[in-house]
Design a protein around this ligand. Structure first.
Ligand code: F6R
Length: 607
């Protein structure tokens, strides 16, 4: 939520900051702003996307070689220009901040600082940071930030600059991401690497409860009490090209098409000559045999991947498994112990509820495995083991390729645990692994049938309600298909276990209601067909996702989206693909911005 970019160096930085903001726009896009400092402080803010800010600042050169910029996802205070960042303290103070996250004690601080004479210009919680720094400032910005930071409660990352401290940016984090980009003679700081990827792949990660002081010659990392911390420089292997649309009309479409590669990369060397290796899983074979339970914790799309994980772990590794929404689980007094494996799934590695659930699980003695797409993200520092999905950078706000990569990893994990626990025989495991290896090709074939999806979108894009049904492994796919459609097309959707339909949702069906049914070959296929008949009997229109070769289903459904034949469990990774395409095709027909749906942000760092 919210993107921060900062630069200090020797080049005029206006364009560098605007470019950084464009790369971070997926984090929030209610409003944006920039502060350019060169003895004087020039601030421009605009409601709307970064393009509105770009237009407002114009194309003329600005000499400033230091600055801060921000793209906002509103938490406190409406979407109006005065609530956009960068935010200044009192007029003439010279203090400017950009902030991501929430300051929980802002009301108390605001009252206290108002009483001391500070004047506020916004309704945000962020503004108290600026005033607190102003209050603590007596010539040393680092000391002022340190003192202010100590008074803040909540989870946040912020960066500050002072007109009287040229060539210095000071930032701090507690719970929200912050990373430094290293170039000789200049420094970037940002909420995420894509902000400066066009300039450098060298990064230094800022850890929780640290303050970072960036000067053109380098960054200094400090603990809250001022002690200097040694921090190495890492090199990421992402490239700037990945952050471009490469000819696609949207990032989402590009990312949908990239799924065969995301699956292939996630399998990578983990599967070599029939042998399955999961480096990163820090559990001995004995500990794996001793596991009594697995709990998947995640939010949104990642939660759906966890649901797939639950089915395959039970099926192949025979471990009692459950999957829960992180924001619910963290407030339950769930029973877990040292023999529980908690698998936290998050594309971003920064989702606040998932992080909090992980902390809770570790405190209660469970082994916590993080599954994430972002190297060095906060999750990777709060876990016992980490397995990376390798989907590459995902910029579209709606998760697509990271989901299929997560599902692929669930397959590998369940097979690995099943082999160690002896719950799946070697011949069956070999056959499954062979099929897993073939998934990228099958995904390519499935995506190649987009022409079948388009007429369905033409027919239904004006509908205001879709129902999605599935059973067993089809259920998480129904949930994910429904989430994709609602988040990018703003069409109301409901997704249900098909067997539950008769217990309520059937009342929603009318003549012509589109009902998407996951009817791939499996042991519950016949049951799904019965539900499908019930849907038809109410005049609703069935859009079935079925396995190639199933001609009979044509008699039961208005439209059929076929998938190549593979093992029933593996069809989950394929079945979601036409549903993503359908959601995309419908949203674009409704003229919507699929990469930046309203009210959403890609990384959810607030509760
Ligand atoms: C949906 C979507 C969200 C995320 C959710 C969790 O398309 O992208 O539902 O899945 O916000 O994000 P991560 O996986 O980063 O924890």
């Amino acid at each position: 939520m919210c993107g921060i970019v900062g630069y200090v160096g020797s080049r005029p930085c206006k364009e560098l900051l605007l470019h950084g903001l464009e790369r971070l726009e997926y984090r929030g896009y209610d409003s944006a702003g920039i502060c350019l400092m060169n003895g004087q402080v020039d601030i421009v803010r605009r409601v709307g996307k970064v393009s509105a800010l770009r237009e407002a600042v114009g194309t003329s050169a600005h000499p400033a070689t230091m600055g801060l910029a921000h793209t906002r996802w509103a938490t406190h205070g409406g979407v109006i220009e005065s609530n956009a960042h960068p935010i200044e303290a009192c007029e003439g103070s010279g203090v400017t901040v950009v902030h991501n996250g929430i300051i929980e004690n802002y009301a108390t601080l605001r009252r206290e600082l108002s009483a001391a004479g500070h004047e506020y210009h916004s309704d945000t919680d962020s503004e108290v940071i600026a005033h607190l720094i102003e209050e603590c400032y007596s010539g040393d910005l680092v000391e002022a930030v340190r003192a202010a930071y100590a008074r803040l409660d909540g989870h946040f990352a912020f960066a500050a600059a002072h007109r009287e401290s040229p060539g210095v940016l000071v930032a701090a984090r507690r719970g929200c991401p912050l990373v430094v980009g290293v170039v000789e003679g200049e420094m970037f700081m940002a909420s995420a690497i894509p902000a400066f990827l066009s300039q450098t792949r060298k990064v230094q990660y800022v850890h929780d409860d640290e303050i970072v002081v960036a000067r053109p010659g380098g960054a200094t990392f400090l603990s809250g009490d001022g002690a200097v911390i040694d921090r190495g420089v890492d090199e990421v292997d992402w490239d700037e090209e990945a952050a471009e649309k490469q000819g696609y009309e949207t990032f989402m479409l590009k990312e949908i098409e990239e799924q065969p590669d995301a699956i292939a990369e996630t399998i990578g060397e983990r599967l070599y000559r029939g042998r399955l290796q999961l480096d990163g899983l820090q559990l001995s074979d004995q500990q794996i045999r001793d596991l009594s339970r697995v709990v998947f914790l995640a939010c949104g799309t990642s939660y759906h991947a966890g649901l797939v994980g639950r089915y395959v772990l039970e099926e192949w590794a025979r471990i009692p498994s459950e999957s829960d929404i992180a924001s619910e689980w963290r407030y339950r007094h769930a029973v877990i112990d040292e023999r529980t494996l908690v698998i936290a799934v998050a594309q971003s590695g920064e989702t606040i509820d998932t992080l909090a659930a992980m902390k809770e699980a570790r405190a209660r003695g469970a082994h916590v495995l993080a599954v994430t797409n972002v190297m060095g993200s906060q999750m990777t520092r709060e876990c016992d083991s980490v397995l990376y999905t390798r989907a590459g950078l995902e910029i579209g706000v709606a998760a697509t390729k990271t989901f299929t990569a997560q599902v692929t990893l669930m397959y590998l994990l369940a097979l690995r645990l099943g082999l160690i626990r002896g719950t799946i025989d070697a011949t069956r495991a070999r056959a499954l692994l062979e099929q897993v290896r073939g998934l990228p090709d099958l995904a390519r074939r499935t995506l190649g049938r987009r022409h079948v999806v388009e007429p369905i979108a033409d027919r239904y894009f004006r509908n205001e309600f879709f129902l999605y049904l599935g059973r067993n492994m089809g259920l998480p796919i129904a949930l994910e298909g429904a989430l994709k459609l609602k988040e990018i097309s703003y069409i109301a959707t409901d997704a249900y276990a098909a067997g539950e339909m008769k217990h309520g949702p059937i009342a929603l069906l009318e003549e012509g209601t589109p009902v998407v049914v996951i009817a791939t070959d499996s042991h519950v296929y016949e049951k799904v067909v019965s539900n499908l008949e019930e849907v038809r009997a109410r005049g609703a229109h069935v859009i079935a996702v079925a396995t190639e070769g199933n001609e009979a289903i044509r008699e039961l459904a208005e439209h059929v989206l076929y998938l190549p034949r593979t093992e029933p469990e593996l069809q989950a990774a394929l079945a979601v693909l036409p549903l993503q395409q359908l959601a995309y095709a419908i949203a674009t027909r409704r003229g919507l911005d699929v990469d930046k749906p309203r009210n959403l942000a890609k990384t959810v760092t607030v509760e």
